[in-house]
Design a binder for this molecule. Structure first.
Ligand SMILES: *Cc1c(COP(=O)(O)O)cnc(C)c1O
Length: 454
């Protein structure tokens, strides 16, 4: 395609949507360290995982060898409702920045849940249904994962209980009502529906809850309800596998454009959208056929890659899951309350952690006022209202495009626009009202929650 023909929005056809997930572990020269059973400290087996995950997902979690895994047609049927997602050229932003760089973004916010999380929610619910699971539980803080899972559960007709941190439940009533619209039972946590919840309520009757507590309640509910499982929306290898659909679609689109990204940028909370976006490009980098720069962007208030430790830690605040080697701030780390966006997770996907440790990618952190400044510029130039999480990637894409302006290099930049920000108006309001502050934890503060598990 010559430049004149190049569209603003490149939509693949339904036929061009990937039919298989891509498992990057199969091409990594060195694998992430194995997950360990937290009690025996031995390498976990599929059997160890069965109390938490359904069988297919437990297999996917530990499968380091199978390069391509078929996407069942039932999953593809639901993907077709909102995929393939567009790859968009930010012509207006480029013009405004007066940069020779080409800026592309993959937009995952085009579904009701408003984020990429639906890609994995659909897969997880489908496999659970296949295995006769009759009920699912999860926790939600900000609400995107709970919303995505509610949509998937409604589609596949599986009842869902969402434990929502009480403070979010009260502050974000619209999130709660979207989940209820899709039929989920949304319970403010702590609640009197579980043993843990009742205990906490007795000790602290006025508590507004925490993610750790919501997870413990969701897990207890799954373990005590017949045929029920607990599901997680990020960090896990299986979630990165499902999210590979983002990167695979980008790869096809860039082939059609006859281009290849020089710089790939993604925001990093637990690492699932980033892991999915970069998967095929990282494969090329590992094989040596291309050498894109790959950059993870995290908030300065929750800096797991840039200031965390590479060590074994729990994947969840409730300490229920196996332990994994990853960059972590410690599973007891609680980011400052004034940090507005998501991306508050204490650890980082073991796959992303290993690739970063081995020097295949870079990581940077940004303060939130800079992120919102970039978000607003992006909204004005590109007409999409971005999620605060996604805006971390926007900020660094703009920085890189401005560097190209200085050097005159015509680089091709790709970033992941993971979602929309309609439910994050409180954060936007505080930025617009000039009441938003930037909080960067001190070394002493980080030291307090660093893990000492192994
Ligand atoms: C959850 C979320 C993220 C961060 O999660 P990852 O697992 O790191 O991808 C980023 N953007 C949006 C819109 C989200 O909802």
């Amino acid at each position: 395609m010559n430049n004149k023909q190049k569209p603003y929005r490149l939509y693949l056809t339904e036929d061009q949507m990937p039919k298989q997930y891509y498992n990057l572990r199969a091409d990594m020269k060195e694998l992430p360290e194995p997950m360990l059973n937290p009690v025996t400290k031995k390498e976990v087996t599929v059997e160890d995982l069965l109390p938490i995950f359904c069988k297919e997902l437990a297999k996917q979690e530990l499968d380091n060898k199978t390069r391509y895994i078929d996407i069942p047609s039932e999953i593809r049927e639901m993907y077709r409702i909102y995929r393939p997602s567009p790859l968009i050229r930010a012509y207006n932003l480029e013009k405004y920045l007066d940069t020779p760089a080409k800026i592309y973004y993959k937009f995952e916010g085009n579904n009701t849940s408003g984020s990429h999380k639906l890609n994995s929610a659909i897969a997880q619910v489908y496999y659970a249904k296949q295995e006769g699971i009759k009920h699912l539980t999860t926790e939600t803080g900000a609400g995107q994962w709970g919303t995505a899972l509610s949509e998937a559960c409604s589609y596949f007709n599986i009842p869902l209980s969402v434990y929502m941190v009480k403070s979010s439940y009260e502050q974000k009533p619209f999130r709660k009502d979207i989940m209820r619209t899709f039929g989920a039972d949304v319970i403010p946590s702590p609640s009197n529906t579980t043993e843990v919840g009742r205990k906490i309520l007795k000790e602290h009757p006025n508590t507004t809850g925490s993610l750790g507590c919501a997870i413990s309640e969701a897990v207890e509910k799954a373990v005590t309800t017949p045929n029920s499982k607990y599901v997680l929306g990020s960090v896990l290898n299986q979630v990165l596998l499902h999210q590979s659909i983002i990167g695979l679609e980008c790869e096809t689109a860039f082939k059609i454009l006859d281009e290849y990204p020089d710089i790939i940028i993604g925001c990093a909370g637990g690492g699932s959208n980033l892991g999915g976006l970069i998967a095929p490009f990282m494969r090329d980098k590992i094989k040596g056929t291309h050498n894109p720069r790959i950059i993870a962007v995290e908030p300065a208030s929750c800096p797991s890659l840039t200031r965390g430790k590479y060590t074994y830690d729990y994947c969840d605040t409730g300490k229920m899951t196996p332990i994994a080697k990853m960059y972590t701030l410690g599973c007891d780390f609680i980011p400052s309350a004034n940090h507005a966006g998501g991306l508050r997770y204490h650890g980082m996907s073991p796959i992303i952690s290993k690739l970063y440790y081995d020097g295949y990618m870079e990581a940077v952190s940004t303060i939130q006022t800079d992120v919102f400044k970039a978000a607003i510029l992006f909204a004005q130039k590109e007409t999409i209202f971005p999620a605060p999480e996604s805006s971390h990637a926007i900020k660094v894409a703009i920085d890189e495009a401005l560097k190209c302006k200085e050097t005159g290099e015509e680089k091709t930049i790709l970033f992941g626009l993971t979602g929309t920000g309609y439910f994050d108006m409180t954060a936007y309001s505080s930025y617009l009202d000039n009441t938003m502050s930037d909080y960067i934890p001190t070394d002493e503060e980080l030291e307090k929650s660093f893990p000492n598990i192994i």
